[in-house]
Design a protein around this ligand. Structure first.
Ligand code: 13P
Length: 252
């Protein structure tokens, strides 16, 4: 079913006590202001997952990781498996964030393995796609997003695909303060839904949740979320600020 979701990606920020404090205040906020069908996901650093999962008990709020290994288990020093993530109580995982693709050279085939491994371990996948600035400037952005989705996600059978959320994050808008315009976001989200329709049919396309990410904040969230194909946001910097984050959720 298509959902309305605001996911916070804390990235590599907050020590454990700061993480616990933020999760506690967000959890209490949604206890007193119920989400009424919307969902909130807190994607924390790995070491916070267990503690934050124990705190987050409000209906509609869940926890996610920001990455997982493509391997099941074994001699992969420093890696974290999908089953370990699941064992913390986390229910979601971000796969294919541009910072993983760019800084850690994660390619489409590795991301396809990560996605499959996450799904095997009952995690919902938030699969990221998005172009860098030169690709947009050369009008290659649709081709780039199509390739990322075809190689990383559309190999899934329908049942598995339905357990995934897509996040469109134009790389030029991440952490830059430069947001995609509502029209640019809608144009790409509509294109993505069309791709889903081609691969899985009209019903699955209508049910697919597509989030926007990239300098989304309380002041621009409402105009982005007003678009018919934008089902919520994946929020970086603003997810570290309790009031800002809760106001983004309110705008959905
Ligand atoms: P900002 O909201 O900080 O631009 O980050 C977006 C993002 O990368 C979320 O995954």
């Amino acid at each position: 079913m298509r959902k309305k979701i605001v996911a916070g990606n804390w990235k590599m920020n907050l020590d454990i006590s700061e993480g616990i404090e933020l999760a506690t205040t967000i959890n209490s906020h949604f206890l007193t202001s119920p989400l009424e069908g919307k969902e909130v996901i807190l994607c924390t650093p790995f070491i916070h997952l267990n503690a934050v999962s124990a705190i987050v008990k409000t209906a509609g709020v869940s926890v996610g990781a920001q990455n997982c290994s493509n391997h099941k288990s074994g001699a992969y020093t420093g890696e974290i498996s999908a089953s370990m993530i699941h064992s913390t109580g986390a229910k979601n995982v971000i796969i294919g964030h541009s910072e993983r693709r760019i800084y850690y050279a994660e390619n489409d085939s590795m991301l396809a393995e990560k996605t499959a491994e996450a799904l095997r371990n009952n995690l919902r996948v938030i699969f990221c796609c998005g172009e860098v600035l030169p690709e947009r400037e050369s009008n290659a952005h649709f081709d780039v997003v199509k390739r990322q989705l075809e190689n990383g996600l559309f190999m899934l059978p329908e049942d598995d695909f339905r357990k995934c959320v897509i996040a469109y994050e134009p790389v030029w808008a991440i952490g830059t303060g430069k947001t995609a315009s509502p029209a640019q976001a809608q144009e790409m989200h509509h294109f993505i839904r069309g791709l889903v329709e081609k691969h899985y049919g009209t019903k699955v396309a209508a049910d697919t949740t597509i989030l926007y990410g990239g300098s989304c904040k309380a002041s621009n969230a409402a105009e982005l979320f007003a678009n018919p194909d934008v089902d919520g946001g994946l929020i970086g910097g603003a997810s570290l600020l309790k009031d800002e984050f809760c106001n983004i959720v309110k705008a959905l």
